[in-house]
Design a protein around this ligand. Sequence first.
Ligand SMILES: [Zn+2]
Length: 359
Amino acid sequence: MNDAFIFKLAWKLLCNKKDLWINIVKSTYNVDSFHRSAMTCKVTDSRLWKEIVRMWPKFYDHVSWAIGNGESINFWEDKWVEGLVELKSYCQNTEGIMLRKEHLIDYIDEAGNWKRSELMNLLQEEVLDKLVEMKPPDPQMEANIPIWNPGKNGDFSVRSAYLSIRDLKIEEKLVWKAIWKAKTQQRNKMLLWRLGHEKLPTRSRIASWSNMSPICQRCGNSRESNIHMIRDCARSVSIWKAFINPKERALFFCMPMQEWISWNLLRTTKFSGIPWGEQAMAQPLHPIIPRIRSLLKRDWEIELKHIPRQINKCADILAKQSLSGPLSLIKLEVPSASVVIEMAKDAMRSMCKPRDPGG
Ligand SMILES: [Zn+2]
C-alpha cells in the first residue's frame, strides 16, 4: 500500500475533524485521541488499520504542536516548543525522567504560569528560557493544532509525505547494513534485526491476539513494547546506566528504535571497554565452553558445586579485572599481590562453613 496515502489518512485522524469516518474509527478501534502511543491493533483488525498503526510512529515523528488548551500533549515526548525537539532530549535528570509528570498542565501553577523552579531542576537553562517565553496552555483556549514539519507552513501535502518517507527508507537501509556488517555472532544480528522491526514477542504484541495483559511485569508501569523491554523499563535503565556516560544518557534514552540501534552500532565509544559493533553481545568465552562440555562428558564422576562469591574473592577480583583487559584468553603465570592475599583468606574461609550468599 502507498505509504504516503497512509500518512494522509494519519494526518486526517490527527487533525481530528468531526468527520463521520473518524468517529467510526474511534469507536471501532477504541481510540480516544490520536497521539504518539495511542495506536494499537489486533490480529483481527482490518488491513488498512494495521497499516496505519504500523506507520504511526514514523508519521508522528514529523509532527509538532501549536499549543492551545494543552490537552493530551505529552510534556516530554511531544514536540511543542518552537525550534526544539522532544523535551526529554534535553532533560538533565534521567532519574526524574522515569518518574516524570506527563501533561503540560502538570507544570503550570495555580496562577496559570509555568512552574519555573520545578523545571529548573529538569531542563538546561537555554531550553527553559525558550519554554517560558511560550504562552502556557489555557483550558479556555481552542484545541492544539498539529503542524506537519516537512510541509510548507506546517500544512500537510502528499508530496512532502512522499519525500519524508523516501528519506526514512534511506535511513532504514543504513540500520540493516550496520546490523549485518557488525562483527558479532549471527544470533545477535538476528536479535537486533528483530528489535529493529519491533518483532520480539513482547507482552503488548502477544496481547494483540490473546487475553494477556500488555503491561510490563517487571515495572508494572507501561506497556511492554520492544523498546520498553530492552531500554526504557526502569529495570533495564538501571543496567544501561552502568555503561552509559552520563553526558550521553538523555540522547541514549530518547532515540527511536532504529536510530538507537545504528547509533549504538556505529559509534566508537565503548561499553565497559567493549564496542557494541564488535563483541558487545558476543560471548567472548565461547571457545572455553565446548572444552568444558567435552571434559564433563569423559568417563569420570564429576560434581559441580556453586561457590558463592563471598568465599571465592579471588575469582571475583579476577572477573572484575578482566572487564578492563583485552578480549582474549589470558594465562596468569604468577598471581598478582591482591589475589595472593585473597587466596589465603579464601582457603581459611573454605575451612569454615560458607555464609549465606544473601547475608
Ligand atoms: Zn517495565
